[in-house]
Design a protein around this ligand. Structure first.
Ligand code: C5P
Length: 213
C-alpha cells in the first residue's frame, strides 16, 4: 500500500460566509463532510494535512492541522500561507461573489430593500494552479447538476487542475452522506459507483498516494 509519510497536503472544505454587514452574511449549503473525510483519509496514510475550513461544526479529523476561516479572501490567504505543499485538494464551496459590506448594520427603512453590490472573489483553485509554488498535484471538485463530465473537462482546462473530481449534486449530495464521483484528468475519466463519503475519501487518498509515488 502506498503511503503519504513526509508529504504535505492542503485541503479546503466547507462553505464560505461573505458578510453583508456586521450581523448578516451570504452562505451556501456545503456541509464540509467530503472535504473533512478527505483530510482524515490523507492523514491516515501518513500525510501532514493542513485543512483550511470554512464555517462548519464538524470535528477535526485525527492528526489534521485545521485553520478556520470565514470568507473566500481569508481562505485564499490561508491556502497561500500553508505552501509549500506536495498536493492540494480544493473541496470547499467557495462563494463566487462577496458583498462590498456595510460597516454598520443595514436598517430596514422607508427606501425599500437595499441593493447589494457584489464583487467577484478570487478563484482559489485557479490561482493556486498558476502559482509559481504550485503543488505537484492540484485537484479540484466540480458540483454539477447536468452534463457532469463535459463540465468537469472544461473546468480541468479552465482552472489548470490536474484532476477534477466531478460529482452529481442533482440528488441529496449536499449535506448527505454518499457521493457519486468521476475522476476527470488528462488521462480520461474514471467513474466510481455511489459510495459513502468516507469511502470516496479513502479511495481518493490511495489514488493521491499512488500519483505522488
Ligand atoms: O467553478 P466552480 O465553483 O464550480 O469550481 C469548483 C472548484 O473550484 C472546487 O474545487 C472549488 O473548491 C474551487 N473554487 C475555488 N475558489 C473559488 C471557486 C471555486 O477554489 N472562488
Amino acid at each position: 500500500m502506498s503511503t503519504l509519510t513526509g508529504r504535505h497536503i492542503v485541503v479546503t472544505a466547507g462553505p464560505t460566509h461573505e458578510p453583508i454587514d456586521p450581523v448578516r452574511y451570504i452562505a451556501n449549503r456545503s456541509s464540509g463532510k467530503q472535504g473533512f473525510a478527505i483530510a482524515g483519509a490523507l492523514a491516515a496514510l501518513g500525510a501532514r494535512v493542513t485543512l483550511v475550513a470554512g464555517p462548519v461544526t464538524l470535528p477535526t479529523p485525527p492528526d489534521v492541522d485545521r485553520v478556520d476561516v470565514e470568507t473566500a479572501l481569508e481562505m485564499n490567504a490561508a491556502v497561500n500561507a500553508a505552501l509549500p505543499a506536495d498536493a492540494a485538494v480544493m473541496v470547499a464551496a467557495v462563494a463566487d461573489w462577496r458583498v462590498d459590506p456595510s460597516t454598520q448594520k443595514i436598517k430596514k427603512g422607508a427606501n425599500g430593500p437595499p441593493t447589494l453590490h457584489l464583487v467577484e472573489n478570487p478563484d482559489i483553485l485557479a490561482t493556486l494552479a498558476r502559482n509559481p509554488r504550485r503543488p505537484r498535484l492540484v485537484i479540484g471538485f466540480a458540483a454539477e447538476t447536468e452534463h457532469v463530465i463535459e463540465h468537469a473537462r472544461a473546468k480541468l482546462a479552465r482552472k489548470g487542475a490536474d484532476w477534477i473530481v466531478a460529482n452529481d449534486v442533482s440528488g441529496d449530495v449536499m449535506g448527505g452522506d454518499a457521493n457519486t464521483v468521476h475522476i476527470v484528468s488528462a488521462d480520461g475519466v474514471e467513474s466510481w459507483e455511489r459510495l459513502p463519503k468516507g469511502d470516496v475519501a479513502t479511495r481518493l487518498a490511495d489514488r493521491i498516494a499512488a500519483a505522488l509515488g
